[in-house]
Design a binder for this molecule. Structure first.
Ligand code: SF4
Ligand code: SF4
Length: 92
């Protein structure tokens, strides 16, 4: 049986409703787990919105520190696991 990755103490949670797609977070992430997607058909979405791969995030906080809009919050992993939507992402 494959061994599950040990999760870091905290994870970066990004509020997609507030992200401006500036990519500041993308450039600093050391494990390259932030992706930007754009949908040119939706107004306000064309600049792109970032999302974080929680299974790869190492909880280093760099993205939260550089986000000019404070859209990224570091949340204790225990709390993330309690959140059904996020837990589903983690269980992959
Ligand atoms: S906390 Fe670190 S590893 Fe996680 S998404 Fe942000 S920059 Fe990447
Ligand atoms: S730094 Fe903040 S506003 Fe900019 S793309 Fe990342 S999450 Fe969005």
């Amino acid at each position: 049986m494959a061994k599950k990755k040990k999760l870091p103490k905290q994870l970066a949670i990004l509020d997609e409703d507030l992200c401006t797609g500036c990519e500041a977070c993308v450039t600093v992430c050391p494990v390259d787990c932030i992706d930007k997607s754009a949908d040119l058909t939706i107004p306000g979405y064309a600049m792109g919105i970032c999302s974080i791969d929680l299974l790869t995030c190492i909880g280093c906080k760099l993205c939260a520190q550089v986000c000019p809009w404070d859209v990224i919050t570091m949340v204790p992993t225990d709390q993330v696991v309690m959140e059904p939507k996020l837990a589903a992402l983690l269980s992959g």
